[in-house]
Design a binder for this molecule. Structure first.
Ligand code: UDX
Length: 431
């Protein structure tokens, strides 16, 4: 198929490169000329394992980039993969999506024949029905259901394994008005995946598809907050929450994944999507108590981590090592990383923060230009009066003699990655 993708951000670029690799002819539209040039030169504009090779193999060939929306006329289907950030109150900011939908509509005004537009971005239920589809109809002067259709096909990629997640999805969600033409195109688009393996294909309505994405992320975020709530109780009773989690995870109604308790969830999706869903719920008069509690538990974990440090050292005026800055291992992304509130609260305690992360120090420098960034965990630990572990990078599991160089060998582990050892006062956040 000839596929156009609007937006060369994290999702857009990954999906574009993967569809090219599956045999489609892909054009990626983005207003950023430097991103357009990079893709055409075969350089991935974002860091993601496996993506460099795909963009190098297809960029400038069956994966082309342009800043000209008219390119979509030559394609069968257009995916909208634009960002949906939050307003200050947590509600979804649709400005980029609306502008994108209008630009797509204007380009489609000059197209003969049927076109399918697919909303890939995460949007709250009824956005496609109530806002995006009407915008495309107005801007194109065409009739929905006759000249074009709009479908919703959310993306469930995780950072750090996005290419793999795309190739081997556990589900493909296709939300439509019921239009057989739209479904036919979507099935053809995903045929290289569905022909090769068993991926569940969920054919549903558009608002249901929109909600599935939010429900998926909200459920997982709340699952982690629930295990953190239980973990906090465990800690008070001297119970090891990880042994508890391993056991309850054997109940397949619960499942073993996303039961790692600790300093909480961050990233570009969970916080934004849970907040957008809470705001959308309030918009229609519903008080989302469980989701509010999931956020509250998450917000409190960094303080619990530092309270455990307070039990052993007075950090005022002392060097404290922060190990790990990214929101999870395998990425340099620090958006909503738990390291941010941890560092803020250490600064409130007048500690001198020395931070280490194998890849995310550069990103964190934008938030905290004035703290010290060490080149290794050993350098961060040397002379430190206590250390807190915020990200579960594998290399922290291998630390050993490095703790001997601490001025006060107290380690508070927020991710269960460091082992207990002689000579170190070790506190697990929930164990
Ligand atoms: C998430 C969803 O998993 C993905 O489907 C969606 O498309 C985008 O959002 P991602 O943000 O890449 O993906 O991160 P994920 O691996 O899900 O982890 C999210 C956060 O939860 C991280 O901060 C992680 O450290 C935390 N987490 C996860 C836990 O604290 N405990 C767990 O057991 C699992």
């Amino acid at each position: 198929m000839d596929v156009s993708i609007i937006g060369s951000g994290y999702v857009g670029t990954t999906v574009a490169a993967c569809f090219a690799d599956l045999g489609h002819d892909v054009v990626n539209v983005d207003i950023d000329e430097s991103v357009v040039r990079a893709i055409n030169d075969g350089d991935a504009p974002i860091h993601e394992p496996g993506l460099d090779d795909l963009v190098a193999a297809h960029g400038g060939d069956d994966l082309r980039a342009t800043s000209d929306y008219d390119a979509i006329r030559e394609t069968d289907v257009t995916l909208l993969a634009l960002p949906t950030p939050s307003h200050d109150d947590g509600s979804i900011d649709l400005a980029a999506m609306k502008a994108g939908a209008e630009a797509v509509g204007e380009a489609l005004a000059g197209k003969d024949g049927y076109h399918l537009v697919v909303v890939k971005s995460t949007v709250v239920p009824s956005t496609t029905d109530g806002t995006l589809a009407p915008l495309i109809a107005d801007a194109s002067g065409k009739v929905e259901g006759k000249d074009f259709d709009v479908a919703v096909n959310p993306e469930f990629l995780r950072e750090g394994s996005a290419v793999e997640d795309f190739r081997e999805p556990d589900k493909i969600v296709l939300g439509t008005t019921g239009s057989e033409r739209a479904l036919e195109r979507l099935r053809t688009l995903y045929a290289p995946i569905t022909d090769a393996q068993d991926a569940a294909v969920v054919e549903t309505g558009r608002s249901e598809a929109e909600m599935i994405k939010y429900a998926n992320n909200a459920f997982l975020a709340a699952k982690v907050s629930l295990i953190n709530d239980l973990g906090n109780i465990c800690k008070e009773y001297g119970v090891d929450a990880y042994e508890v989690a391993d056991a309850i995870g054997l109940d397949d109604r619960i499942g073993e994944r996303f039961l790692r308790s600790g300093v909480g969830w961050g990233g570009s999706c969970f916080p934004k999507d849970v907040d957008a869903l809470r705001a959308a719920a309030r918009d229609v008069g519903y008080e989302p108590l469980m989701l509010d509690a999931a956020v509250e538990v998450n917000d409190r974990q960094p303080e619990r981590l530092l309270a455990l440090l307070d039990d052993h050292v007075d950090v005022a005026g002392e060097r404290v090592a922060v190990l790990g800055l990214s929101f999870k291992p395998g990425t340099d992304d620090v958006r909503n990383s738990r390291a941010i509130p941890v560092i803020e609260r250490l600064q409130e305690r007048s500690a001198t923060v020395v931070a280490y992360d194998p890849v995310a120090a550069g990103e964190m420098r934008e938030h905290f230009p004035d703290i010290e960034y060490a080149d290794s965990a050993a350098d961060a630990l040397a002379g430190a009066h206590g250390a807190v572990v915020v990200t579960d990078w594998d290399e922290f599991a291998a630390l050993d003699g490095e703790f001997d160089a601490m001025a006060d060998p107290v380690v508070v582990d927020g991710r269960r990655i460091v082992d207990r050892r002689d000579g170190v006062t070790y506190e697990g956040l929930t164990w």
